[in-house]
Structures are given as structure tokens and as C-alpha cells.
Design a protein around this ligand. Structure first.
Ligand code: GLA
Length: 384
């Protein structure tokens, strides 16, 4: 869907739900697709990820009666306090709280949300709602933040206000991504490197299993806790500070041992995957993606039968270099790295594996982040 249509849909959602009112500010944020480096951002690992050309659009206007209202895909909520209430308004209203903490004077607002980015599919729809809302609110209040402050506010909204124990992966990618490139994030150093996508004939296919995952759920928090406990037992604070030999030598308890092995190897794989992009080696990148999936399944226990079916179906298609679940797991989507000539067959095979139609699949392109889409985010020395 074109981004202009999506922005119009968000404004339409607002008017249909709450009638005509003050002029609305509109903004857009992309989703995120991790290539390699899952479940390592919260323990200082490396991640190779890109923003994708599936978006969340938000239209926001000042509320005439001081009540916060939101309509998103037909779900309507309202309240006088922007604090989380366990409903569809939590992310957007947490954004108000986060921006206020960052010094932006945000009034009560009415918000309309539209998206072609699937929700709960492991493509960072939560962070995209927050980032699009934050940008619309900056537009509405004529405020500006630097890109770094903006990304920090997005993380604050989801982690500290909604209370999901997530890491910096989603806000960093959604804010700082460049078109036609992936980002290699070093979540220990807080740095990022742009890596150009070298191919026109190697593409990323996504298939949503239709099982919505819940990144705010108990499973995600448990994985984070277990991995942090493993690193504490190893006496280090990031997964980049140890090697696999150290993990084996430490004889950790079984669960902590498996979590540590995943984090240490996955972070190294992300670094190796960036090198594959730099060298234009699609076969090796695909192999690393498939290894990442096996590790997420066998060492982190975050795959599901539906994800296994989609990944297996993709990998069986000639011309598919590799496939893996994307995002936190526990459901959601899988991705495959595919030669252009094999894309149609791969989409059909992935969708058929979960009894879905082609409309559950997408071919995604590395796309610009909010810092490049917005007029409210100031140039930031930290922008790469
Ligand atoms: C979710 C979280 C991220 C990251 C991924 C898994 O998207 O928001 O911080 O941990 O899961 O890599």
C-alpha cells in the first residue's frame, strides 16, 4: 500500500471514530526485519537488521475535551490518564508520557492508526506505533528532538512505561535505518554501521503464520531473565565478553547454558552476516540465517510448529538461501532470503505451510527509518 494512502487511512480512522475536529498531524514509521541477531540486543549483542517498506501511520490531533482517545483498526479506547490500561491505546498513550518526560509539552490527544505492517508478527509493530505516534506528536506541537533523543523516547515508552523488558533493537532500526541498507547494531557500544544491500536479485520474503506473538508476554521476559542470569554466572555483563569455550568450561545449569550458547554465538553470527552483505555472499548469509533459526529453536526454545512449517517449506524451495523466524518468536512471522526467480514459489510454499493465502506474505525492501522520513527530527551527529 502506498504511504500516502496509509496516512489518509489513519486520518480517516480518526474522523470515522471521533468525528471532525482540529487539524491532525500525520506521521509514518516502518517495521523492522532482523536478518541475524535475535534475542541478543538486551544483553549487549550485535544485530543485523533493516527497516522494511511496511508501515504504521498515525494521525493525531488535540483533544477538545481533554480526553485521550485512540482508534486503531476499528478498536476504540478512551481515558483521561495516558498511563497504560492493558488495551489498544497503551503504546500510543505511553508515547505521550515518554515525550513529556523528554521535555515536550504534549496535550491530551485523539489518535487514529492505520497500518499495512502486520501486528504481533515479529516485525516491531509495537515500536512502529510508538515511533509514528511520537513523530506525529512532535509535528502537532511543533517540537523537535534529535534522532538520538527520539529513539530513546521510543524505547522509554515501550520498556519503561508499557513495561515490556525489550532492548534497543527496534527503536534503533526504525529510527536510524537507511534505504537500500541494513544496520549492524552493537548494543554494548551503542554504535551502528550502515551496510549496503548489495543485490537487486536477492530478496527477503516474509510470511506471517497468523499466530500472534506477545512480546509483552511471560516467555520473552523469561528468556531475558535466563540469559542475564547466565551472563551473571559467567561474570560478564554482555554476551560479547565471552566465547563459546568459556561457556562450555563454566558448566552452567542446563537452561542457563543453552541461553548463553545462543547469545554468544548469535551475536557473532550477526557480525559474520554483515560481512556476507559486504562481500555479496548470499549463500553464506542464508546459511547464517538458517543457523540462527536452529539456535532460536533448540537453545532458546522460542519456535513453534507453525514457524517450523513455514521455515521448512521455504528452505525446500530451490533458490532459497536460508530462512528463520523473525523477532521474538513464540509465533509471528518467518523470513527467507530468496533469489528473485524463486520468490513466487517461495511465497506460495510458505503460505501453504500454514494454510494461508498469498496475502499473508510480502517481499520487503530495506527502507528508510523515521529520522529520514520526518521533518521533526533534527540532524543528529550520531546519525550514520
Ligand atoms: C522484540 C524486542 C527486541 C528484541 C527482539 C528479539 O522485538 O522488542 O528488543 O529483543 O524481540 O530479538
Amino acid at each position: 500500500m502506498s504511504t500516502t494512502t496509509l496516512l489518509g487511512d489513519a486520518a480517516g480512522e480518526l474522523e470515522v471514530a471521533f468525528g471532525t475536529g482540529a487539524t491532525a498531524a500525520r506521521a509514518l514509521a516502518p517495521g523492522r526485519c532482523t536478518l541475524v541477531g535475535e534475542h541478543v540486543d538486551y544483553v549487549g549483542g550485535r544485530v543485523l537488521a533493516m527497516a522494511v517498506d511496511l508501515h504504521v501511520a498515525v494521525a493525531a490531533r488535540v483533544s477538545a475535551d481533554g480526553v485521550f482517545r485512540l482508534s486503531s483498526r476499528g478498536r476504540r479506547v478512551q481515558r483521561t490518564d495516558p498511563a497504560p490500561a492493558g488495551d489498544a491505546g497503551d503504546r500510543a498513550f505511553a508515547t505521550v508520557v515518554a515525550l513529556r518526560r523528554a521535555g515536550v509539552d504534549v496535550p491530551p490527544v485523539e489518535v487514529g492508526v492505520a497500518a499495512d505492517l502486520p501486528e504481533g508478527a515479529g516485525l516491531a509493530s509495537s515500536a512502529a506505533v510508538i515511533a509514528a505516534t511520537a513523530d506525529a506528536l512532535l509535528g502537532l506541537t511543533s517540537a523537535r528532538l534529535s534522532a538520538g533523543e527520539f529513539a530513546e523516547a521510543v524505547l522509554t515508552a515501550e520498556r519503561d512505561i508499557v513495561g515490556v523488558p525489550c532492548g534497543p533493537l527496534d527503536p534503533q532500526t526504525i529510527v536510524f535505518a537507511h534505504p537500500g541498507a541494513a544496520l549492524l547494531l552493537d548494543c554494548a557500544a551503542g554504535s551502528r554501521t550502515t551496510v549496503t544491500w548489495p543485490w537487486s536479485d536477492v530478496l527477503v520474503c516474509v510470511c506471517d503464520t497468523g499466530e500472534q506473538h506477545d512480546v509483552g508476554g511471560a516467555g520473552y521476559a523469561a528468556r531475558r531473565r535466563e540469559t542475564e542470569r547466565a551472563l551473571a554466572l559467567l561474570g560478564v555483563s554482555t554476551c560479547q565478553d565471552v566465547g563459546l569455550a568459556d561457556v562450555e568450561a563454566a558448566a552452567l545449569p542446563a537452561v542457563e547454558g543453552r541461553r548463553a550458547r545462543h547469545a554468544v554465538a548469535e551475536s557473532r553470527r550477526a557480525q559474520a552476516a554483515a560481512k556476507c552483505l559486504q562481500e555479496g555472499d548470499a549463500a553464506s548469509l542464508g546459511a547464517l540465517m538458517s543457523e540462527s533459526h536452529v539456535s532460536l529453536r533448540d537453545l532458546l526454545d522460542v519456535s513453534t510448529p507453525a514457524l517450523e512449517a513455514v521455515v521448512g517449506a521455504a528452505r525446500a524451495v530451490p533458490g532459497c538461501h536460508g530462512a528463520r523466524l523473525v523477532g521474538a518468536g513464540f509465533g509471528g512471522a518467518a523470513i527467507a532470503l530468496v533469489e528473485r526467480a524463486a520468490v513466487a514459489r517461495c511465497r506460495t510454499a510458505m503460505a501453504a505451510a500454514v494454510g494461508a493465502g498469498e496475502d499473508a506474505t510480502w517481499v520487503v525492501q530495506p527502507s528508510p527509518g523515521v529520522a529520514l522520513l520526518s521533518h521533526c527530527i533534527g540532524p543528529d551527529a550520531a546519525l550514520c
